[in-house]
Design a protein around this ligand. Sequence first.
Ligand code: PNS
Length: 165
Amino acid sequence: MKTAIYPGSFDPITLGHLNIIKRAAVCFDKLVVCVMVNSEKVNRGLFTPEERVELIRRVVQKLPNVEVDCSSGLLAEYARQKKACTLVKGLRAVSDYENELQMALINRKLNPRLETMFLPSSAKYTYLSSSVVKEMARYGSDLSDFVPREIIDDINAKMAAKLGG
Ligand code: PNS
């Protein structure tokens, strides 16, 4: 059984993430989408990790070999626990590469059986990120080209609560 992990902050999941999930899911027996802590973004979250998991579950419910989880630990250790041999990462632009290469090398150092596979993002989503989505939500823009339809209301409500409070 070949298990891969697609880790990320997913705050919130975007159509770019979903595109990577669908393409990776056909390559492995099981794909675990794992919401993890990015120490550089730790105090900038819109959704809690549990809320992010719930949003992702809603979006991937028709993909039978995709599981959703969260972890606050080290990715290399999480992969060991899940008996996963591959990490999947999406690359939008060359600017993503340097940081992702460093993380891939660290993760393999910590867990020598762990490979990282990079999937180039679909051309139509190269500009898209969770940060861009949050910025647009802040100004009340239409999010339908950027995030799955099922979660638009959640993002708008969360942003309104954050700005109101
Ligand atoms: O979507 P992001 O923010 O680019 O995802 C980055 C993430 C969460 C995958 C990365 O920060 C991560 O792997 N965090 C878990 C802790 C860890 O294992 N760090 C790398 C080795 S020090």
